[in-house]
Design a protein around this ligand. Structure first.
Ligand code: UDP
Ligand code: MG
Length: 324
């Protein structure tokens, strides 16, 4: 087998406090993998500076100067974790056989890289890093994160439980990912859609080595909301069902008011008023739901997602290569 050119992609937003240590540990990891022959000496670490306002980019520049294996990209402004990650992955895919994405804060256990590489060599195109516990997370983060995964599942998004953005992707999986042209790239949801053989590597999630989380509650909520709305149109279905239920209730109300009307228990005008309120309300919600269905369709169409991704092709070129 040809030597594996591995790129480790690290998005960084104001990470000057932790980056020195991260770079030290990552370089050591690369050294040991290269000397054991697991990866090629052409493997690289690629930092993406996501418009940091501190000394992050200066640090990356100095790492690059000291070590040719360190590469860096600097984005024009802060574009958020997912976009920074994509910038790094799409740059890496032009040069690598596989890329691993990892946070800068050393929360993702670097030693899991070995297992990821091994799984890749067994023929997996995507290897998900999954944390086996959230003991080190705060009570709040643990519970909100779990709620998020549950809601996503309920809404029909295929996401890997307790997997964040620590994963290995082969070049062809990255090529396939680049076929997804949507603006809101919620990677955790899109990557499983890409398909190919995949495997899981478990690791212990560490505490942040230094610095503060760049995901305050507000960002976390908007991330969850983006995730749900970019992957699922099920909330619209809920509205349609709600409309249907209210419409059904209005029939029951109609029978009820009619019965009371016959028994002469009502003030004049009450029956027609109550029935109209229920029936019209139900009809309106139902119609909004139907319109929503069409908007949902338009929404999915505009994403122009690939209809299929070819995994292997057996044709003449392959035959001549094999016969060489
Ligand atoms: N990050 C980024 N851009 C942002 C926010 C975060 O590139 O706008 C990076 C950050 O530097 C880190 C990773 O995304 O490498 C994950 O962020 P963080 O560790 O703060 O999130 P948490 O682990 O607290 O969920
Ligand atoms: Mg973190």
């Amino acid at each position: 087998m040809q030597e594996l050119k591995l790129f480790v992609v690290v998005p960084c937003y104001n990470e000057e406090e932790v980056l020195y240590e991260t770079n030290k540990r990552l370089s050591e990891k690369l050294d040991s993998l290269i000397s054991s022959g697991a990866i090629s000496p052409l493997s690289r670490i690629l930092y993406v500076n996501d418009g940091s306002s501190d000394g992050t980019w200066n640090l990356i520049q100095s790492f690059h100067k000291d070590d040719e294996r360190v590469w860096g990209i600097s984005l024009s402004r802060n574009k958020g974790h997912q976009n920074a990650l994509l910038a790094g992955l799409f740059c890496a895919k032009e040069h690598c056989d596989a890329a691993i994405s990892m946070d800068a804060d050393l929360q993702d256990d670097i030693d899991a890289v070995d297992a990821m590489v091994a799984k890749y060599k067994e023929g997996n195109d995507i290897v998900y890093g999954v944390r086996n516990s959230r003991k080190k997370d705060s009570f709040f983060k643990r519970n909100t994160a779990q709620l998020f995964y549950r809601v996503m599942k309920l809404l029909g998004a295929q996401i890997v439980y307790n997997h964040a953005d620590y994963r290995l992707m082969s070049k062809r999986a990255l090529d396939a990912l680049s076929e997804y042209h949507e603006y809101n790239m919620f990677l955790r949801g899109i990557v499983p859609m890409v398909g190919f053989d995949s495997a899981v590597v478990y690791y212990e999630r560490q505490e942040r080595f230094a610095g503060k989380s760049k995901y305050p509650l507000k960002k976390m909520l908007s991330f969850a909301f983006e995730g749900i709305t970019s992957l699922s149109i099920r909330p619209i279905r809920v509205i349609t069902s709600l409309g249907a239920i209210v419409l059904l209730l209005s029939i029951i109300m109609m029978i009820y008011t009619f019965a009371r009307h016959i028994n002469g228990e009502t003030v004049s005008g009450w029956s027609s008023l109550i029935i109209s309120i229920w029936a019209l309300g139900g009809l309106q919600i139902f119609c909004i739901g139907i319109i929503g269905e069409y908007i949902g369709k338009v929404y999915l169409e505009t994403k122009a997602r690939p209809k299929y991704i070819i995994k292997e092709l057996l044709d003449d070129t392959r035959r001549t290569q094999d016969n060489d």
